[in-house]
Design a protein around this ligand. Structure first.
Ligand SMILES: Nc1ncnc2c1ncn2[C@@H]1O[C@H](COP(=O)(O)OP(=O)(O)OP(=O)(O)O)[C@@H](O)[C@H]1O
Ligand SMILES: [Mg+2]
Length: 484
């Protein structure tokens, strides 16, 4: 074993993030770390990476007991975290990003040649499809992830830890990351891999460890288990892995969009899926409809009325909500408590006169917390302190409570665990039954096929196909890649 954790404990105030976390990683092993939102996965790897200190339990690195006070100490012994949220500087080159914060100097000047040379050798050694002098801003998301991996590989680490590396990638791009992970495994590097995409496990993992409520409840070789069994260990009960939605007759027109390259209509009771590779322009459609990006010449109407949407406020007034994929930047007021985040888009409903009625606000928040199983220490906790998946649930709760006619979901289940996914789909179905119209952008094709009534496929900023729900993943991918 290179890494052995046993009975790790960590508390944040009243929250027991970890009660009994155990994990043992061998060299050359891909070890998947699985669990519901808030189970303690990120906390455990942050302790290994020296970003957090444990309260108790034993941590051994290559047989020696260790206690890292800073991430530099973990880095020095060969432990690396490959970050999930991109920390790259977009205007710099691949090489400059690989060396960001630890640039070699040559008599007080940056040694550009050394950086380029070393980066080129890492790229070559691992057969990564990038050049050292490419600008990061122009790279596709999967390639940005590769730059993060290169950063981590500098200095020949023995352990790489990935926290949801594929959550923002499409299936095709995730395949590229898998290829790289396998290559790293062959070089004898130990890998810890956190994911909510359970379908990936059989493809990538050697060993699976499952955390529930801060405790390691199960660990076994990937070949000896099934998705169903994993889910049972994760949530402590049986959950249907496949969600099925009955189709309904669509009602009156809710949204009609006629913009260059993008024209469709959406009716009450409908869930319209939008597929495409990352970067195909799906998010831009949502941002245009929600007034974040200026609309190109064309028309948008809501409930048959033409609308001039120039800001999110215009969109909300017209009856459009956006559940964004980018919860940190646009979805949440991270410093405010969960209850305020949930009621923020519909303050009128919790105000008595012009002041917020805090009892009413708390009741609403508590109701949504239960319905979406948001794991938070009461509703007083600030949104910043929640685990990634729980933050996403708060964003969804906010728009459910706002009660608009048209709801745009951009990657609604990103980072959300299986149990809550079913819950989110059930809520979307309920909204549709209540007469709302839903647009759902997703890179998870199986989910689109389960939930959507029709699927639009986008490629390079334009819609290239509209497919019925009976279509297949292969057909969607064909249109997304080829364009006709
Ligand atoms: N800085 C913090 N302050 C307070 N509570 C925290 C903090 N960081 C994490 N927590 C809490 O610790 C628990 C475990 O969080 P963690 O981020 O490890 O979960 P996770 O398994 O990574 O979940 P997800 O799948 O949603 O990313 C959660 O209840 C979370 O709210
Ligand atoms: Mg996490």
């Amino acid at each position: 074993m290179i890494l052995e954790l046993s009975s790790i404990r960590k508390r944040f105030g009243g929250v027991h993030a970890l009660r009994d976390g155990s994990l043992s990683v061998r060299p050359g092993q891909v070890h998947a770390l699985i669990g519901e939102n808030g189970a303690g996965k990120s906390t455990l790897v942050k302790i290994v990476a020296g970003m957090l200190r444990r309260d108790g339990g034993d941590m051994r690195w290559k047989g020696r007991s260790v206690d890292f006070h800073r991430s530099a100490e973990a880095h020095a012994v060969g432990i690396r975290m490959v970050h999930q949220e991109s920390l790259l500087a977009p205007h710099l080159t691949v090489a400059e990003n690989v060396f960001l914060g630890r640039e070699p100097l040559k008599s007080a000047f940056l040694d550009e040649a050394a950086m380029a040379h070393k980066t080129a050798s890492i790229l070559e050694e691992h057969r990564f499809p990038l050049q050292a002098d490419w600008k990061v801003a122009k790279l596709a998301p999967a390639h940005k992830q590769i730059v993060e991996i290169c950063r981590a590989l500098h200095g020949d680490p023995s352990l790489l830890m990935f926290d949801e590396p594929t959550s923002s990638l499409s299936d095709a791009e995730a395949t590229e990351v898998f290829r790289i992970v396998r290559q790293l495994r062959e070089k004898g590097i130990g890998i810890v891999y956190i994911t909510h995409r359970l379908a990936e496990l059989q493809e990538i993992a050697d060993q699976i460890t499952i955390l529930r409520d801060g405790e390691t409840v199960h660990s076994c070789p990937a070949s000896e288990t099934t998705t169903q069994e994993i889910v049972r260990h994760m949530v402590g009960r049986n959950v249907a892995a496949v969600y099925f939605r009955d189709k309904q007759p669509p009602g009156e027109e809710r949204l009609k969009v006629d913009l260059p390259g993008v024209a469709f209509e959406l009716r009450a009771g409908e869930i319209l899926g939008v597929a495409g590779l990352v970067g195909a322009g799906r998010t831009k459609v949502c941002e245009t409809l929600f007034g974040i990006t200026p609309a190109p010449p064309g028309s948008i109407s809501v409930n048959g009325e033409p609308c001039d949407i120039r800001s999110p406020l215009d969109a909300v007034e017209a009856g459009i909500a956006l559940v964004t994929e980018d919860r940190q930047e646009t979805g949440l007021a991270v410093r405010l408590p969960v209850r305020t985040n949930i009621t923020l888009a519909n303050l009128d409903a919790v105000c008595a006169g012009s002041v917020v009625h805090s009892g009413r606000e708390r009741r609403v928040a508590e109701d949504y917390r239960k319905r979406l199983q948001i794991r938070a220490d009461a509703t007083e906790q600030s949104a910043r302190q929640l685990s990634g998946g729980n933050q996403q649930k708060v964003v969804i709760a906010k728009w459910l409570f706002r009660d608009t006619n048209v709801v745009l979901f951009d990657e609604p289940t990103r980072g959300i665990d299986v149990g809550a996914k079913a819950e989110v789909f059930a809520l979307m179905d309920k909204m549709a039954r209540e007469g709302k119209a839903i647009l759902m952008v997703s890179s998870e094709l199986p989910e689109l096929l389960q939930v959507a009534d029709r699927i639009l496929v986008m490629r390079e900023g334009s819609m290239v196909a509209e497919l019925p729900r009976e279509t297949t993943q292969q057909e969607i991918m064909h249109h997304a890649a080829v364009g006709h």
